[in-house]
Design a protein around this ligand. Structure first.
Ligand SMILES: [Zn+2]
Ligand SMILES: [Zn+2]
Length: 218
């Protein structure tokens, strides 16, 4: 029977690396940063290093063959980024994790027992600009408020938490996610050309004045 076939056991020397989408949380006192899943693990916050517990309260170790509990991640960063385009996950963060402990490998990822978050990339501001700080998301679970990325333009006048502060509380590097709208040359080139033209004009003026001062252009 296919269902009873034992899967091959893997014992990697280095922990497999995965990528996942998560929400960012701040404790009620503001002294602890944590993460939460965006689907079945929505109500179960986890720290940088965490052990999975059965989401249904069953008394077995995760991941169990007959339950879908445990941590999940995708092997390819591109697949996790693809998920971040889905409406519900547009303002989620991207995490890179080390897959520790026992795991079940799928075609595109892992379900596993323990993980260490090694990097956090904060999703874009609601306006589409890259996030520059974290602001209240207006969401939360018992004892923890949700945070989302905001740009300084949209966050003007609001209370925010810097990436550095969140990184210190969580114990993991935090940066803004690369923004797809400013990645191409399209929007940047006209501005760059304008700046270069301006600089060139200033340089010409400087040389002209210098030349006059030195009397070399008479
Ligand atoms: Zn379970
Ligand atoms: Zn914005």
């Amino acid at each position: 029977m296919i269902g009873r076939r034992r899967l091959p056991e893997e014992r990697p020397g280095v922990a497999p690396v995965g990528f996942k989408v998560a929400s960012l949380l701040l404790s009620v006192d503001g002294d602890r940063a944590s993460f939460a899943g965006v689907s079945i693990g929505r109500g179960s916050p986890y720290d940088v290093e965490a052990e999975a517990r059965c989401a249904y309260g069953r008394r077995h170790r995760s991941p169990a063959a007959r339950c879908d509990c445990g941590f999940y991640c995708l092997t390819a960063e591109a697949d996790a980024r693809g998920l971040m385009c889905v409406t519900e996950y547009r303002h989620a963060a991207l995490l890179r994790v080390d897959v520790l402990g026992s795991y079940i490998r799928f075609a595109r990822g892992f379900r596993y027992s323990r993980q260490r978050v090694t990097s956090v990339w904060v999703g874009a501001c609601g306006c589409g600009n890259p996030a520059e700080l974290l602001v209240d998301a207006g969401t939360g679970i018992v004892g923890r408020r949700g945070l989302v990325g905001g740009c300084t333009g949209c966050a003007a006048g609001r209370v925010g938490l810097s990436f550095g502060s969140y990184a210190r509380l969580a114990g993991v590097p935090v940066a803004a996610d690369a923004n797809p709208y400013v990645r191409g040359e399209y929007e940047l080139v006209p501005q760059l050309v304008a700046e270069i033209t301006l600089l060139q004009a200033r340089l010409d003026r400087c040389q002209e004045q210098l030349g006059r001062l030195l009397g070399s252009d008479s």
